[in-house]
Design a protein around this ligand. Sequence first.
Ligand code: 6PG
Length: 485
Amino acid sequence: AQANIGVVGLAAMGASLSRNLARHGNTVAVYNRHYSRTETLIHDHGQEGQFVPAKTLQEFVASLTKPRTAIIMVKAGDPTDQMINDLADLMEPGDIIVDAGNAYFKDTIRREKAIRARGLHFVGCGVSGGEQGALLGPSMMPGGTDESWKTLGPILESIAAKVDGEPCVTHIGTDGAGHFVKMVHNGIEYSDMQVIAESYDLMRRGLGMEPEAIAQVFEEWNQGDLNSYLVQITAEVLHHTDAATGKPFIDIVTDQAGMKGTGTWTVQTALDLAVPVTGIGEAVFARGLSSSPELRSQAAQEGLKGPQPKAVMADLAADPEARKSFIEDIRQALYASKIVAYAQGFNEMQEGARVYGWKLDMGAIARIWRGGCIIRAKFLNRISDAYASGREPGSLLFDPFFKQAVEQAQDSWRRVVARATQAGIPIPVFASSLSYYDGLRSDRLPAALIQGQRDLFGAHTYGRVDQPGVFHTLWAEDKSEIKQD
Ligand code: 6PG
């Protein structure tokens, strides 16, 4: 036994993770179902550090020092379950199995329980940053026991992205906590990507700007409050020209967004927890609508009528000053909607922690998202400040910094929602985030009417504003009110 860590599954993510581990002084046992992948890794990158290639899983397990620690990076679902079982059969009590794929947190809870019963540790670990992140420094969200963190922590810290010298990894909590937090990360990622896409659409279809000019706007935005990886890569995508046609790359890509399910899980879970994550929900649904080609082509045939965006926004396109100021409005709308997405995502984590019995440190989560992950952004510093030293505002929108930021942005935000709606440009996340903000700050909501309707058709009862108790009106009789015990 000579390797202090092992990686099972050497596709893009697993191979990058193994190389990152080896480059940071770990001796890495590597195993892949087809040995050719292992050979390729050793052939191409063997000189980057210490690898122990294994032809069989038995060999792989035998090459690990105790407590044996193996990271699984195979396809989510059945292949993961299969590999966990195969490893557990070969391992001994005290050994640690880490699932670093995008697993559904309830699967992780189930697997952790089953593996714990066999005396082993199971850690569901969220890993963000794609292939590059896995190689150069990801952000990692491990769950599992405190004991497993003692062995695993220093190894993960050695390969994580660093911000201000701090590694972007922390022990999130027990059993499925790590995958739960990674799931919410992805939900926020969906929302973030959608508001960027809505901003692009307004500039392209509304203001009639070319991709190159829009790329420059995103580059400029990346210098300020919106500084983030996603804004940066947006500029990169928009700058890119398709080699085959010479057209902007953005114009040759089919407009049907894919998704592997993590955004959907975020929303399903939020529905179960009754936490409104409206921005994330709309972002998932926007991908769904984009990926309904039959419905969309039928809509085109049916000729569903609406305004011509460019015609409605002609005044803005014609006047450079007006155009500039509308672009600034879009920037503010993007910023405010992004704050709402984080506020909602953090609320989901707060409620998840309560229901599943985890102690989630929101400040620490914001800190490990500052680097390495897909949603890394300058403003996560502010979020970590908002949750500093256990302070937990009911909503991020109540934190003085974000409260003021949204106050300042809201005139712009409202103009963008109004103009886009008049022009017929869909802005599901801009609009729903603004409605969420307005709903939250309304001292009286029309939910009162809904309570009246419910009581009328189903005797569902209601409360009164002027006294405690549960009431029902005899709607079909003399409309007198009865107080229930
Ligand atoms: C990350 C990403 C990564 C992956 C997701 C999203 O944090 O590194 O979120 O996990 O890109 O699978 O993919 P979809 O857009 O296909 O859901």
